[in-house]
Ligand binder design. Structure first.
Ligand SMILES: Nc1ncnc2c1ncn2[C@@H]1O[C@H](COP(=O)(O)OP(=O)(O)OP(=O)(O)O)[C@@H](O)[C@H]1O
Ligand SMILES: [Mg+2]
Length: 222
């Protein structure tokens, strides 16, 4: 279970351009839920997702995953939680453009603490799960937007995380491709993964179990 208690995020603290992006957020998400996070541009959706994904720290409050307090004590601790529990699909895919598909998907495996022998096989399994095994050897700069989104999802699931976080995973896609991507998340959710999706699209949000709405750094609907 994920529990956020009074989470406050301030960008550039104590500087002239200080900005309070999250103003004391309280959220509980159970294991196996599929949740949408909605809100206007600038509301704080990505900020929230980055804290949940342990790629950004917060100033006040507490973030628990199960019974572990997640606070940036060290980069190493954050990296370990990311690697074991979290699959993140970034707003702009964040793929290595001149790597092939399979090379991109294998990246998280090289960061794992465990010694993994059959990296290629594991990466192929992830590609298979998102339906793009045949693109394994293609450089990602030759792929379409929908295909890149699938590579990003394959990379997010390759370490078998218990939760998958996605920032506007359908934002750059046409309606049909977007729906295929959402179906992928639904399938992963059926397999027991917790899914949290940031979206602008009401049609995507209403396919989730629950909608969390953010406005100006506050939760206004949950
Ligand atoms: N690195 C940063 N430094 C300073 N301010 C930031 C930084 N990142 C975000 N902000 C500010 O925090 C607020 C929330 O930004 P955030 O990216 O979380 O919004 P969002 O809801 O994801 O918007 P969008 O829908 O456009 O992606 C915005 O006002 C933004 O300008
Ligand atoms: Mg955003």
């Amino acid at each position: 279970m994920i529990k956020l208690t009074n989470i406050q995020k301030i960008y550039n603290p104590k500087k002239a351009n200080e900005f309070e992006a999250l103003k004391g957020i309280n959220i509980e998400i159970e294991e196996g839920e599929m949740v949408a996070v909605i809100g206007k541009s600038g509301a704080g959706k990505s900020t929230l997702l980055h804290i949940l994904a342990c790629i950004d720290n917060y100033q006040n409050g507490e973030y628990h995953i199960d019974d572990t307090l997640v606070k940036k004590i060290s980069e190493k601790q954050y990296a370990q939680i990311r690697n074991e529990k979290i699959g993140l699909v970034m707003q702009d895919f964040a793929l290595v453009e001149d790597f092939t598909t399979i090379e991109n998907v294998m990246i998280p495996l090289s960061f794992s603490k465990k010694k993994i022998k059959n990296k290629k096989e594991i990466a192929f399994k992830a590609l298979n799960a998102v339906g793009i095994e045949e693109l394994a050897k293609k450089p990602v700069n030759k792929l379409s937007g929908g295909q890149k989104q699938r590579v990003a999802i394959a990379r997010a699931i390759v370490n078998e995380p218990s939760m998958i976080l996605a920032d506007e995973p359908t934002g750059a896609l046409d309606t049909k491709t977007g729906q295929e991507i959402i179906q992928l998340f639904k399938d992963l959710n059926e397999q027991g993964k917790t899914i949290i999706i940031v979206t602008h699209d009401p049609k995507i949000a209403e396919q989730c179990d629950r909608i969390i709405e953010i406005s100006d750094g506050n939760i206004i609907g949950n």
